[in-house]
Design a protein around this ligand. Structure first.
Ligand code: AMP
Ligand code: MG
Length: 592
């Protein structure tokens, strides 16, 4: 076995930046500029107006002052000029020209009077405020002088630099092109998403994931194929693609099974090596070059999580090198673990986690499913945790190296449409600073907190139900079902804890009103991998009872965890939410 660093070093030694090409600006975002760029024009290109108004001679309007009655000056309007036009009339002594933002200054004028400081006249104009020479005039060359260097070679082009390139007259520039990449999924079991599955078949997710990952890193997928488990087909496809693309990525067929065709077919090529890397997931890896152009080929493992991790750890740095970018593209941070994490002996673990930042720094919550087939938990994650080969256990609170997969944003989520109305922090998962600047409905402008007065609302019968789950190991489920939890009847304790909690809700939740609770039921149901908890709470009052239902579920879940922790240290609360409510002004609602 070789280390992650050794395998990456082999890969990076085999790739080099592509030949520069000249591309139109619209194709350049994210690419590296290969030439020094000088401005072809002055910016602004000519003296022009910063305002809609009137071009005048400053001396003519000197005395005008809105605070002094009778000081306004009336001038004849001798012409008009809009952006893109050229003033034909010079402004002589005692004259004005009507002018629009961006229009060229007429000869003779030295200041602009904003239209707001005039009567807006077209024959004559009454000017109510004076202006010093140069007021609201944008002088030629103030921003950029013709011939000056505006961008150095090596700059990465983004939207702001595209603005500069376009403004300085460059319609195309010399850049390192996007690598053209072919993606090949292998496996007789694979069916395109959208197509029905026969028994034993699965949807091909890797080729779509790899195409998306390539787009995210700035490369372009020119071919996306799904082939079966025939060695001859692997060889034929790879030979054909090698003449057409800059890199090839395959998935599947590289481990120890009977149909590991990619490995069997390409091993004999002599130019692709198959190795075991001390990494989890992603131990089996193939890499080499193929064809006359010595195109790099990455043979990634088939399990979706292994494939994605392998792309990030090995293929992405190589593609970035080909694009002239720093190979290590993901920002690395130190984070504190919210849960303990076990890691295999002698292998660098790339664990998936949800990263959030608060005032104390970054926290990483490892996702529940760390096995290499859990795509749902992969999609929940926004970070990799890099646990070194010699570390086998990290406790909650320990520091760990983290790669942020979405930059330093929280997991990408559209801002919920009703977030503004609710005054909610949104579903983004960011905590702390992001929410605090938005203000709170229960804090007055002077900063004092208050509880909203609900005395004018109608008393109505109200009911709310909430639900949630505690995910448990099979051992814990068996113990619950057989009554074998050492501490006693965990389910009964959870039910009682939920009911007790309802009565304490306003003490726990700062802005919740105390209301009379007329009825509570807490149901617990043992499923194969979890306990489902559901609570229903009733009242007749002026405000809702959803918080009480949520408290019941949450505290019942906590009590359950306390009861089973001797048999399951990883019990985890999830999916706590309101599932139904009735009564009150906002009407009835239920989840389904
Ligand atoms: P393999 O390395 O080919 O044995 O694949 C390992 C596992 O990953 C198997 O369970 C495959 O069914 C699965 N797998 C392989 N390729 C894909 C793919 N393109 N999309 C989703 N799963 C895949
Ligand atoms: Mg396979």
């Amino acid at each position: 076995m070789i280390s992650v660093e050794e395998h990456l070093a082999t890969i990076l030694a085999a790739v080099r930046p592509a030949e520069p090409v000249r591309l139109p600006l619209s194709d350049c975002v994210g690419l590296v500029l290969c030439e020094e760029i000088r401005s072809l024009v002055d910016l602004p290109g000519f003296d022009n107006s910063a305002m809609d108004g009137y071009a005048v001679r400053s001396a003519d309007v000197e005395g005008a002052d809105p605070a002094v009655p009778g000081s306004a000056v009336t001038l004849p309007v001798v012409g008009e000029v809009a952006a893109g036009g050229v003033a034909t009339m010079p402004v002589a002594l005692g004259q004005a020209v009507r002018i629009m933002t961006g229009a060229m200054m007429p000869e003779g004028a030295d200041a602009i009077i904003r239209v707001e400081d005039t009567d807006g006249g077209t024959e004559t104009v009454e000017i109510r405020a004076g202006a010093a020479i140069g007021t609201s005039v944008r002088p030629a060359g103030e921003d950029v002088r013709i011939g000056t260097v505006v961008l150095e070679a090596g700059s990465v082009i983004d939207a702001r630099r595209v603005a500069l390139l376009a403004a300085t007259g460059h319609g195309d520039v010399l850049v390192l092109p996007r690598p053209r990449v072919a993606v090949v999924s292998t496996g007789a079991e694979l069916v395109a998403p959208g197509q029905p599955l026969a028994p034993g078949q699965i949807h091909d997710s890797n080729s779509h994931m790899l195409e998306a990952a390539l787009t995210e890193c700035g490369a372009v997928t020119t071919h996306r194929l799904t082939i079966g488990d025939e060695g001859s087909e692997v060889i034929r496809v790879v030979e054909e693609l090698a003449g057409q693309v800059d890199a090839i990525i395959t998935s599947g067929g590289v481990s120890m099974g009977a149909y590991d065709v990619v490995k069997e077919a390409l091993r004999d090529s002599g130019t692709v090596d198959f190795v075991q890397v001390r990494m989890q997931p992603g131990k089996p890896q193939g890499f080499g070059t193929v064809g006359e152009r010595r195109v790099p080929l990455f043979a990634l493992p088939g399990n979706p999580v292994s494939s994605y991790v392998s792309f990030e750890v090995f293929a992405r740095p190589a593609l970035r090198t080909m694009m002239g970018l720093r190979p290590a593209g993901r920002p690395s941070q130190k984070a504190r673990l919210t849960h303990q994490l076990d890691s295999p002996v002698g292998r660098t673990q790339v664990a998936r986690a949800v990263a959030v930042r608060d005032d104390a720094g970054w926290h990483a919550d490892p996702v529940w499913g760390q096995a290499s087939h859990f795509v749902a938990d992969l999609s929940r994650a926004n970070a990799f945790l890099i646990v070194p080969a010699d570390v086998t256990h990290l406790a909650a609170g320990d520091e760990v190296e983290m790669w942020l997969l979405d930059g330093d944003r929280a997991r990408l989520t559209a801002w919920p449409a009703d977030a503004e109305a609710e005054g909610a922090g949104g579903a983004v998962g960011a905590v702390g600073a992001a929410g605090s600047s938005r203000g709170l409905t229960h804090v007055r402008a002077d900063g004092s907190a208050h509880m909203v007065d609900i005395s004018a609302k109608d008393v109505t019968a109200r009911e709310a139900s909430a639900a949630g789950r505690v995910l448990l190991s099979p051992q814990a489920v068996t113990a619950l079902r057989s009554g074998g939890v050492p501490k006693g009847d965990a389910l009964a304790v959870a039910r009682i804890a939920g009911i007790q909690a309802v009565k304490r809700t306003p003490e726990l939740i700062p802005l919740a009103h105390p209301i009379a609770v007329h009825g509570v039921s807490v149901d617990v149901d043992v499923a194969d991998d979890a306990v489902q908890i559901r609570a229903t709470v009733r009242t007749a009052d002026r405000t809702g009872i959803e918080m009480e239902a949520l408290t019941a579920v949450t505290v019942a879940a906590l009590a359950l965890i306390d009861m089973v922790k001797a048999v399951d240290r990883h019990a985890r609360i999830t999916d706590v939410r309101v599932v139904a409510k009735s009564g009150g002004r906002s009407g009835d609602w239920s989840e389904s």
